[in-house]
Design a protein around this ligand. Structure first.
Ligand code: KDG
Ligand code: MG
Length: 402
């Protein structure tokens, strides 16, 4: 079997998605997600200028060797752009493998450890009452786990709050919007917010929260400790992950479970966090973490240390990634939870999906490979539109983490 061609499909059905399609001499093709929010064209350039020419003529079944060709073989290593390109290649190759062997992806990586995967929804409210309403709405849909984000009194643009009432989509057309941040207002409000959520919805519902990289280790330790009585499923990205040692301080202070790493891209970003058991959930998704080949190693490594998966799954990760993640989550033993932010209907005009949501869980059917297809003619109707993630400043104007 040989790779004869490959192409990148860049489309914007409501938001930008990059998809790699790898074609073989046997008529079988595979799809991989290569979307990196706001940096789509950088990944496209790397794929088109280097990866695609280097793929032609290779045997697509050699997933391990091809992965190392693009990781170990390339001198300039790591980084989101490079690893997103490698992820897309890897995903597409596993899709081909499944189709060629006429079996769903999960069968190639361990078979079924479960039939369906628990997912968490998003409740993004502009204030306390709106947040409680949003939690009620998601619970009504059948979700058993809900991430709770809320507008913070005194801050004009808090992370995670939708501008219109329908979708939270942080990327905006053109150059970055500037959002605003005040750590002390946030820290004062959060325990109160979660107290109200627990009071209203009881103890059964799994609650999650994303601090979105904005606290220092000691601030994060305070928050994790003060949220402890509300038994969160997890507190996500309490500090920026650049300083892995920072997590030690949080761990010493609190038993609130920690999830980290949606901006990570290799196993080396996780070594201290995993071996010192400083976290509980791996956030790095297949699309940015080197695809199935690399993430299987990360998940297995984490499992030795009692750490579970909880992959990133916002709307800027395409249906190809989400379907691949469901297969992966079905196969591994140390699955924890999967983020699920449903795509807008228009996205499903372009991507034909094989997964469905029911009673708080997602499952895939037994279509061979990953099971998602792309309608290229429909994709061409939605050309790329430049859109960027916001930047963030403290109320005094200081540049801060978004
Ligand atoms: O592109 C950035 C978003 O995917 C990110 O801000 C969403 O933090 C996020 C999450 O946990 O889903
Ligand atoms: Mg996050």
């Amino acid at each position: 079997m040989k790779i004869t061609d490959a192409k990148v499909i860049l489309t914007c059905p409501g938001r930008n998605f990059v998809t790699l399609k790898i074609i073989t001499d046997q008529g079988v093709y595979g799809l991989g997600d290569a979307t990196l929010n706001g940096m789509e064209k950088a990944v496209v350039a790397f794929l088109e200028s280097y990866c695609i020419p280097a793929l032609i003529g290779k045997d697509p079944r050699n997933t391990e060797d091809i992965w190392h060709y693009f990781y170990r073989g390339v001198y300039w290593k790591r980084g989101s752009v490079t690893l997103t390109a490698i992820s897309a290649i890897d995903m597409a190759l596993w899709d081909i493998k499944g189709k060629a062997l006429n079996t769903p992806l999960y069968n190639l990586i361990g078979g079924k450890s479960r039939d369906r995967v628990m997912v968490y929804a998003h409740a993004n409210g502009k204030d306390l009452n709106d947040t409680l309403e949003k939690v009620a709405r998601e619970k009504e849909k059948g979700f058993l786990a809900i991430r709770v984000q809320s507008g913070i009194p005194g801050i004009s643009d808090a992370y995670g709050v939708a501008k219109d009432s329908k979708f939270y989509e942080p990327a905006h057309k053109g150059l970055p919007n500037v959002e605003q941040w005040d750590t002390s207002k946030y820290l004062n409000y959060l325990p109160y917010l979660f107290g109200k959520v627990r009071e209203t919805f009881g103890t059964d519902l799994h609650l999650l929260h994303d601090a979105h990289h904005r606290l220092t280790p000691v601030e994060a330790a305070r928050l994790a400790k003060e949220l402890e009585p509300h038994h969160l499923f997890w507190l996500e990205d309490p500090v920026t992950g650049e300083l892995q040692e920072g997590l030690r301080l949080i761990r010493k202070q609190s038993s609130t479970p920690i999830a980290i790493g949606e901006v990570f891209n290799t196993i080396y970003d996780y070594t201290t966090l995993i071996t010192e058991q400083l976290i509980d959930y791996i956030r790095m998704p297949l699309v940015h973490g080197g695809g199935i080949t690399h993430m299987k190693k990360v998940a297995d490594f984490a499992s030795v240390y009692h750490i579970q998966t909880g992959f990133h799954g916002a709307t800027d990760l395409s249906p190809v990634n989400l379907a691949a993640a469901i297969h992966f989550n079905m196969a591994i033993n140390n699955f924890g939870i999967q983020e699920y932010m449903p795509h807008q209907e228009i996205v499903h005009e372009v991507f034909k999906i094989n997964y469905r949501f029911k009673d708080g869980f997602l499952s895939v059917d037994d279509t061979p490979g990953i099971g998602v297809d792309i309608d290229e003619e429909k994709a061409s109707r939605y050309p790329y539109e430049m859109a960027c993630l916001p930047v963030n400043r403290k109320t005094d104007g200081t540049m801060f983490y978004w």
